[in-house]
Design a protein around this ligand. Structure first.
Ligand SMILES: O=C[C@H](O)[C@H](O)[C@H](O)COP(=O)(O)O
Length: 233
């Protein structure tokens, strides 16, 4: 599939940022998977790195491929994190969390010296919001939190938002994240001011984290059929 080749080329370009001795944050999702696989090949060839995973899914993948993982508590510094995105705008701001991994992804990206985002061109947008914004909430009081989140979206200028509790794929059961929380998918259509919305959402009690990554990515790599385009911020 063309799309897969674009993801793969983005991951390949991200390998340029990897150096011996680094501690590396491993993202989650179908694009990050290519990076983990490429890193595993280099590790097999003698690359010395330590890694920290952003989800149980990535932990399983990395372990199965022999990528060395260390517990977060033992991490003193994260030199580089490479992760995918659901949407990325021209400023490098993103929506993440389509795979429900946004909490650990944001903690790790924010703690990293350098976050590199890898994506195919379908993720590039002029304005964030077409992809439903994931908001991770505590199970306690989630129905009330959902109402507050709806109010915040309206107050932030989102036109007729819709807030949906995410279900497990193919099931009527509520999805539970790696952190034991639930996800509200906020259908916004268009977010007028992502930075302002991010600040408002962070102020809602019961919201653990949201999928707006503002000013966190330093490099965005968009893969294409023949290679990749790199944007630095
Ligand atoms: O929670 C999931 C992550 O934020 C992913 O990085 C994001 O959903 C992009 O995933 P993919 O590369 O599969 O489109």
């Amino acid at each position: 599939m063309a799309n897969e080749h674009e993801k793969e080329n983005a991951a390949l370009a991200a390998m340029e940022y990897v150096e011996d001795g680094m501690t590396i944050g491993l993202g989650t999702g179908s694009t990050a998977k290519y990076f983990v696989e490429m890193l595993a090949d280099e590790v097999a060839d003698g690359l010395l790195v330590k890694c920290i995973e952003t989800s149980e899914q990535t932990r399983a993948l990395a372990s199965s491929l022999g990528v060395p993982l260390i517990p977060f508590e033992q991490v003193e510094r994260i030199h580089l994190t490479v992760d995918g995105a659901d949407e990325v705008d021209a400023q490098g701001n993103m929506i993440k969390g389509g795979g429900a991994a946004l909490l650990r992804e944001k903690i790790i990206a924010n703690a990293s010296d350098h976050m590199v985002v890898i994506a195919d061109p379908s993720k590039q947008v002029e304005r964030l919001g077409s992809f439903p914004l994931p908001v991770e909430v505590t199970p306690f009081g989630y129905t009330i939190t959902a109402k507050k989140v709806f109010d915040v979206l309206c107050a932030a200028g989102v036109d007729r938002p819709r807030v949906e509790l995410r279900k497990k794929p193919g099931s009527m059961e509520m999805l539970v994240t790696d952190g034991g929380n639930h996800i509200l998918d906020c259908h916004c259509g268009r977010i007028p001011d992502a930075e302002a919305l991010a600040a408002r959402l962070s102020n809602v009690p019961g919201v653990v984290e949201h999928g707006l990554f503002i000013g966190i990515a330093r490099t965005v790599i968009i893969g294409n059929e023949n290679g990749a385009t790199v944007f630095e911020f």
